[in-house]
Design a binder for this molecule. Structure first.
Ligand SMILES: C[S@@+](CC[C@H](N)C(=O)[O-])C[C@H]1O[C@@H](n2cnc3c(N)ncnc32)[C@H](O)[C@@H]1O
Length: 372
């Protein structure tokens, strides 16, 4: 399958769909009306006890800016997670014909999932019957409906039904019968004890801000879920107890400048950092088919005097592994060249954290779907 760049994930009509649905004209995306609340809000929403109502902007402008900017940046995170979730994508995804997003805001991960199918699994898109979004903000749900109506006018999405409910997601569990449940940047505002969610769903995808503090909460949940026989398809290959120390955190990043209008907005707000970090966990009851010879690449390659180093984890051990110049061989060069978030398989025992010249280290092809 040809390699598809993650930067090509947005359909050609994405911008038009978004701007038309939000009633924004070209160039208006950089109006102070949208930029001011967006970037001032961002400084605050990762704070403990953040309450949107404490901020005085027009709620509709805040929600519109969020949909323009953060929704667009968040969409690739789901793609990156699913692209690297091997067995799940091959075996569970074909069973998913309904999904719900709790704390959906403008519907970010509902669209993200549908756009993923549109591009990568169009026959599965035809199987999607119903999507549901739950949020406590009616303003966000109104925007979600506008976006949905725009999608629905395209023939590939015309058969899909939507239900948007203004409520606490905790109150909506009894109505849940979807195949896939998504939390996107919403557990930060809720207890991470999922309780009944674990009884209701077979597949749970969690995509949250990539901060050290928030990861520690997700790690507690991860260990609890692993002890209750949940399988992790991303990022861990196994392990009952996450080995990540408390002063570090398992996170990945997408390039926030994939779309020119997002870059324009960032420039206008003098936000030059292209990295947008996130943490993600994909759970199901199905085996992930991986053993502890499979390692997730957690960081990009760091080179010091022709020695390559990168953080790797197999769910039991996490450390910065080292490949020295003299230990390089054709069989272990993937250690240098693979991208962060990819899964590799190795014969190495990593004595003192090092690969030896006889160790193989290569991309785990069962995790490959041709997208980087
Ligand atoms: C940061 S936004 C995330 C929106 C979207 N999921 C995304 O990732 O782009 C968090 C959303 O969660 C909603 N939210 C917070 N607590 C909630 C709860 N208990 N039940 C439902 N929605 C909630 C907020 O109203 C907000 O729209």
């Amino acid at each position: 399958m040809p390699i598809k760049k993650l930067s090509n994930i947005f359909p050609s009509w994405y911008r038009k769909w978004l701007f038309n649905s939000l009633n924004i004209k070209d160039g208006e995306e950089c109006d102070a009306k949208y930029l001011d609340p967006l970037f001032k809000l961002n400084k605050n929403w990762l704070r403990e006890n953040y309450q949107q109502k404490e901020y005085s902007w027009d709620e509709k402008d805040v929600a519109t800016s969020y949909a323009l900017y953060y929704m667009s940046i968040n969409i690739p995170k789901l793609w990156m997670t699913l692209n690297h979730s091997g067995n799940w994508r091959q075996q569970e995804l074909p069973q998913v014909n309904s999904l719900v997003e709790f704390g959906c805001g403008p519907g970010t991960f509902l669209w993200s999932y549908l756009l993923y199918l549109y591009s990568e699994h169009p026959t599965q898109l035809a199987e999607i019957k119903k999507i549901r979004g739950v949020d406590t903000s009616q303003t966000n749900l109104d925007i979600a409906l506008q976006l949905f109506n725009g999608l629905k006018s395209k023939k590939e999405f015309a058969h899909i039904e939507i239900e948007l409910t203004c409520s606490n997601w905790q109150n909506e569990l009894s109505n849940s019968d979807e195949e896939l449940c998504i939390f996107g940047n919403s557990l930060i505002e809720s207890d991470t004890e999922l309780g009944e969610v674990e009884e209701k769903f077979k597949n749970i995808l969690i995509i949250e801000p990539g901060t050290q503090k928030h990861f520690q909460r997700l790690k507690t949940l991860r260990d609890d879920m692993a002890s209750r026989d949940w399988q992790i398809h991303f990022p861990c290959s196994g392990g009952l107890h996450c080995p990540m120390p408390s002063d570090n955190w398992c996170h990945f990043h997408v390039n926030r400048f994939m779309l020119p209008f997002v870059q324009k907005m960032s420039n206008a707000a003098k936000r030059r950092n292209h990295r947008h970090n996130f943490c993600a966990f994909l759970y199901s009851r199905r085996t992930n088919g991986l053993d502890n010879t499979n390692w997730r690449l957690l960081s990009k390659t760091r080179k010091v005097k022709r020695t390559a180093m990168r953080y790797i984890c197999n769910g039991d051990r996490m450390f910065e592994a080292v490949l020295g110049r003299k230990e390089r061989s054709p069989d272990n060069l993937d250690f240098i060249h693979l991208e962060a978030a990819e899964m590799a398989r190795t014969t190495a025992k990593f004595k003192k954290g090092r690969l030896s010249v006889n160790d193989s280290f290569s991309h785990n092809n069962t995790q490959q779907n041709g997208i980087k």
